[in-house]
Write a new protein. Structure first.
Length: 300
């Protein structure tokens, strides 16, 4: 597995975090979209019931913008829906996921606003401590490329596996050094890893599915560090089609999401206080996406 991403990810992190967790992408108050102020903005999400979304709908309406949340059951669906014009924006993914979609699909979706970075956790219904996981046990990870690689890095940090060449954001199951690893690893659709808990020793579960599975965020046996600069490719974003990158209504919605107190309170609630708020300019996001997407292309 190429080590090239180590340098590129560091560059992306430097660009993305140069403005720290401070600079805010915003638009002029009262801005309207190219299609008119009265149009409904359709936003694709995974987890419509999360508390930030009701707060966001109200805050947007107070600013004269009506939004419609379109709930998707898995991560594979919102980007194609955005590409095909079925929705106007989506908010469910991090930068590296978007970069991998663009490369695989030959598309040019863009990141127009940042939200938070979330730690990725390892959960179990059988063990209370990662050290108790037995030799030869099976652990589940998500099967989509970006979350699988990140999940494998979590398992390595937890001392459960060893990855060849130290691992990277492009590692997959073939990069596990089985002879040096404590557990076996299986890959499942991200939405299904919680359901696998009765059948495996532990599972990497994305934040979107933790509470749906009846778990609490502090139930995690182990997590990575969302505040680490190396986590820049995992900043969650609002995405749009390239032609809509400067849409004033969409940029106003980003500003509302990033600054409304009720929305921020909902985000904290939905992540169990584990999310790290990140407010980056469009320029920083564009540079980060470009850097990460180049790394994806180089490693494909």
């Amino acid at each position: 597995m190429s080590r090239r991403f180590t340098t590129l990810a560091a560059a992306a992190a430097a660009v993305a975090l140069a403005t720290g967790l401070a600079g805010c992408a915003s638009a002029d108050a009262g801005a309207t979209g190219s299609d008119g102020a009265d149009d409904v903005v359709k936003i694709g999400v995974v987890g419509k019931s999360d508390p930030q979304w009701a707060a966001f709908e109200k805050a947007a309406k107070d600013e004269g913008i009506e939004i419609e949340l379109v709930d998707f059951g898995s991560y594979e669906l919102p980007n194609p829906a955005l590409t095909e014009g079925e929705i106007d924006l989506n908010q469910f993914q991090h930068v590296i996921y978007l970069a991998q979609y663009n490369e695989a699909a030959g598309e040019d979706l863009v990141a127009i606003g940042s939200t938070q970075t979330y730690p990725l956790g390892l959960y179990s219904s059988k063990y209370d401590d990662v050290k108790d996981i037995a030799e030869g046990d099976t652990v589940a990870v998500p099967d989509d490329a970006s979350n699988q690689a990140r999940g494998l890095l979590v398992l390595q940090s937890a001392g459960l596996i060893e990855l060849k060449d130290g691992g990277s954001p492009f590692s997959d199951l073939s990069d596990i050094d089985e002879a040096k690893s404590k557990v076996k690893v299986t890959a499942l659709e991200a939405a299904l890893t919680p359901e696998a808990l009765p059948d495996v020793a532990a599972a990497i579960i994305n934040n979107d599915f933790v509470e749906e599975a009846g778990l609490k965020f502090d139930d995690a046996l182990f997590t990575d560090d969302a505040s680490d600069p190396a986590a820049a490719p995992y900043v969650n974003i609002f995405a749009s089609r390239a032609d809509d990158a400067d849409n004033e209504t969409y940029l106003k919605l980003i500003e509302i999401f990033q600054t409304d107190e009720a929305v921020q309170k909902g985000l904290a609630e939905s992540s169990g206080g584990t999310g790290v708020t990140v407010q980056l300019s469009q320029e920083d996001l564009a540079n980060t996406l470009k850097t990460v997407q180049k790394a994806v292309a180089d490693n494909s």
